[in-house]
Write a protein that binds this ligand. Structure first.
Ligand SMILES: [Zn+2]
Length: 233
């Protein structure tokens, strides 16, 4: 029963939280098409997913659906800290809908969805949004969900660093999981999922590591992309 209730976020919102999923304003609200989340008119316009493609050296197929700005920032920062709240469902719905459409153009026999490995701090809290996003996407597109990578070493917080420092900071920080998934073929399309990417350093490092294991067909998707703001300004 609880699981069924959890799968009906818009109903729960309608009963208990009739407010905008991003800014919390109470009325008037509209339902964002395809996704089913409620938002005020201003936020609803910003919650319209657009495919943004910013290629990485490691991965030409790197996509995001939103600029990290306005209601998306509010949604993500709440969803990161609260599992199973209305923000969490809104993020999952926005991501899954856009990513499923993007992947539907791919011709792959088997698809594996994997999250960028969490930092030690995140893995200790036991709650990590990219894992939930990857799992939800895999279920929707009938793909396999697996942690193909693990974190090998801890690094400084990416948000405190500049562009070049970010790349050197994460270099070599991921490794293949200890027990490889033997039933996965290396021809599979691997979709690496993250919530927000900035320079793409973590996504790029994850893609590089996956290629080293032998996966050649790799896509990197984050929900939002954030321009690197220079520090001190
Ligand atoms: Zn709003």
């Amino acid at each position: 029963m609880l699981l069924r209730l959890r799968s009906m976020p818009s109903l729960i919102d309608a009963l208990f939280m009739p407010s905008c999923c991003a800014c919390g304003q109470e009325a008037p609200l509209i339902v964002v098409p395809h996704v089913g989340v409620r938002a005020c008119e201003v936020c609803a316009l910003d919650l319209w997913a657009t495919d943004i493609q910013v290629s990485l050296r490691e991965c030409r197929r790197r996509y995001a659906f939103f600029e990290y700005d306005g209601p998306v920032v509010r949604l993500l920062s709440r969803a990161k800290d609260e599992a199973y709240g209305s923000h969490y469902y809104a993020v999952l719905a926005l991501f899954t809908d856009a990513a499923a459409q993007l992947i539907s153009h791919e011709r792959a026999v088997e698809i594996i969805v994997t999250p960028v490995p969490p930092s030690l701090r995140r893995s200790l809290t036991g709650w990590y949004l990219p894992s939930a996003m990857a799992r939800h996407l895999a279920k929707k597109i009938n793909a396999k969900y697996a942690h193909l990578l693990r974190r090998k070493k801890q690094v400084a917080r990416q948000s405190d660093l500049g562009a070049i420092e970010r790349w050197t900071n994460v270099h070599g920080c991921f490794a293949p999981r200890r027990f490889p998934m033997r039933n996965f073929t290396k021809d599979s399309l691997v979709v690496v999922v993250d919530d927000v990417s900035t320079t793409g350093a973590s996504l790029g490092e994850a893609v590089r590591c996956l290629r080293q294991i032998g996966y050649t067909n790799v896509m990197a998707i984050s929900l939002a992309i954030s321009p690197l703001r220079s520090r001190g300004c």
